[in-house]
Structure formats: C-alpha cells, structure tokens
Design a binder for this molecule. Structure first.
Ligand code: ZN
Length: 349
C-alpha cells in the first residue's frame, strides 16, 4: 500500500506546532483509491499550506478524516482554514462541553451546566470556532477516544474517555483548575535554569532519559493514533507525555499489536525531553522518526531525545521550518533528500 506523509513547517523560534497531511492507498491509481487524512492544522499559515498540499500533491479537495490531537493553538488554529477550504468527511476532536457532568463533579466551585458550558466556550474559544465551522459546513464531529472506530487501517490508542475527563479539570482554562501559583512559579524557575546551559557527555552505552518527566494535562490529552497499512505501522502521538504513551503501549500490547516494530513514529511534543523516558522508548520504536520543530532552540528537539531515538535504531528527521515528506510505494515528487539528525556527543543537561 502506498503512503505519503507531509509535514508542514509550523511557527518560528520557541513556537512549535504540528500540521500533517497524509494519504495512503494505491497512489498510482485514481484519486478514489486513496484515503486522505490531516492530523492537526498548526497555525493559520500552516493550515493554508495543508490546503495547498492536498490540492496540488494529492490532487483532490476532499479529506476523509481530520484529527485534532489537542487544543493548543499551534496545533488547532490551522484547522479553521482546512475546514473552510476543503471538503472534510469527518472531524475527530475533543469537545470539552460534551463532558459537563463529569467536569462539574470534580470542580471546587459550583457551576450550573449552562454556566460551565458558557465559560468553557469563552475560554476555549478556538475549539468553539472550529466546532462552529464544522457545524456550518455540515461536517460530522466525533470525539476521538479509545474504542471509537475510524476505519480498518486506523485505530485510536489514546486517550480513553475516562482519562480525558480527569485531565480536563487540570486544563489551564478550565475554571478553578487548581493550577496553583506555586506551579507557575516553579515553571518560571525551571525556565531560568534552562537558560544556563550545562553540557553532558552522551554515548551509545549511556541512557540519559528519565522515566518521571511530566507534561501538561493538555498534552497528555493528545489523541494517539496508529495506522496499519498491510503491516506498515505508523504512530502519531501529538504532544502526549510518558503517562499517556505508556497507557497507549499497554493497550496496544494487550491486543498483540506491539509498538516496537513501527515503520514511522511522530516524536511527541516536538522532541521535548519532558515527554519521553527510558522505559517508553524501549517499547515504542520505529525505523524512521519525525520531529516537528523549528530547531531554533535547544528544547525542541532535545538532543538527549534525538540521541536516544538514534540509539534505538531510528533514523531521525527534524522539520526545521521545511516541508518534509516520508513516502513508501508512492510516485516520485523529485524532492531532495534531507540530512538525518546526527548523534551529538555533547547534550544539554
Ligand atoms: Zn505542540
């Protein structure tokens, strides 16, 4: 089965997002022998690039499935452009106000469901905007949870509905989410510390990743998706962290679908060292790994992470503001080959 995965450039500097288009099927045949998928829309600008890519390279105006992994604007904004300009078969997106009863029971303050819905729609206005465009265009929306069917080639490995609902209360914009001032202060201290770079040696026989790194609730709510194209396995992880990835690996292994023989991995959260650890990278392995990151800061991607992936046998590519394509059994586009990430003997601590 043929496959093309197109990564758009997203953002500059520290601002990293994802905007991914892909198509699979018989790519030498007619357009109705292909399935087209978009995973996240990046910024408005990258949303436009997705539209142009689908039209010019996939030669269609139709996208079968659009997935929003999570609500961060660098992942979600561009989907407004996609929904406006392309014909979308189905939108998979989490909609917080579909979970009012579950949220309100966990909140400190009492809200009526109407008040809570209103507040969520104001605070999470981008989701509301995307939802409104989908309604207007008649695009069905389904929430992507474990157990929700997509098609024979695509499965959702995370999050479960229950896990999503627990995370929802910790979202920055959820009312009284108990995100304390202390946590915010700690983040500021951490940022300041990161500015003073300390270098560490790395070698193939060392393991520098921690298993106890944590990421924001929003990131862990990311949809984790797998594609199985006649045994050619792909994994997309959004900005998921160790907790969410571990649950996805547990689920996959429980149905005899190991994630250690992937052909392609979307490295979570732009290669941040806070999203992967030693143990999970022993269970999630791929021949090729893509990192969507500007590469303009040391955080995205972390050299510790790209080194760890290389140690596990992966060839790692970072978008660095470019259009990057992964393909298999697909028509040649005549694009140049980019250099894979090299192993760094010195990494930032
Ligand atoms: Zn992100």
């Amino acid at each position: 089965m043929g496959l093309q995965i197109d990564y758009m450039p997203v953002g500059t500097g520290e601002k990293c997002g994802d905007a991914i288009a892909l198509r699979y099927g018989n790519l030498y045949g007619s357009r109705n022998e292909q399935t087209v998928v978009i995973i996240d829309g990046g910024t408005k600008d990258s949303g436009q690039k997705l539209v142009d890519t689908v039209k010019s390279h996939y030669e269609t105006d139709t996208v079968d499935y659009v997935f929003s992994t999570h609500l961060d604007s660098d992942h979600l904004s561009g989907l407004t452009v996609v929904l406006e300009q392309l014909t979308v078969g189905k939108l998979f997106m989490h909609v917080p106000w579909e979970h009012l009863d579950e949220i309100s029971s966990l909140l400190e303050e009492d809200f009526t469901n109407d008040e809570l819905e209103q507040k969520l729609k104001e605070d999470l206005e981008l989701i509301y905007e995307v939802e409104s465009i989908a309604f207007e265009k008649g695009v069905p929306i389904e929430e992507p949870f474990v157990g929700v069917p997509v098609n024979d080639n695509i499965a959702i490995l995370g999050p479960t509905k229950e896990y999503y609902e627990t995370l929802l209360c910790d979202f920055r914009n959820t009312p009284d989410a108990k995100k304390s001032a202390i946590e915010q202060a700690l983040e500021a201290v951490k940022r300041a510390a990161e500015e003073t770079v300390e270098w560490l040696d790395d070698r193939f026989d060392l393991d520098l990743l921690n298993d106890d790194e944590i990421t924001a609730a929003e990131n862990n709510s990311s949809v984790i998706l797998t594609f199985n194209l006649d045994g050619y396995k792909l994994l997309f992880t959004g900005d998921a962290g160790i907790e969410a990835l571990t649950a996805a690996a547990d689920l996959a292994e429980s149905v005899n679908y190991p994630l250690s023989d992937l052909k392609f991995l979307h490295v979570p959260h732009h290669g941040s060292k806070h999203n992967v650890g030693s143990s999970i990278l022993k269970r999630v392995k791929a021949g090729t790994s893509f990192v969507s990151a500007t590469g303009e800061t040391s955080k995205h991607p972390s050299k510790k992470v790209t080194n760890a992936l290389i140690k596990h046998g992966s060839i790692v590519y970072v978008t660095r503001g470019r259009f990057v394509l992964h393909h298999n059994e697909a028509p040649d586009r005549g694009w140049n080959t980019i250099l894979a990430e090299e192993f760094h003997e010195k990494v930032e601590n």
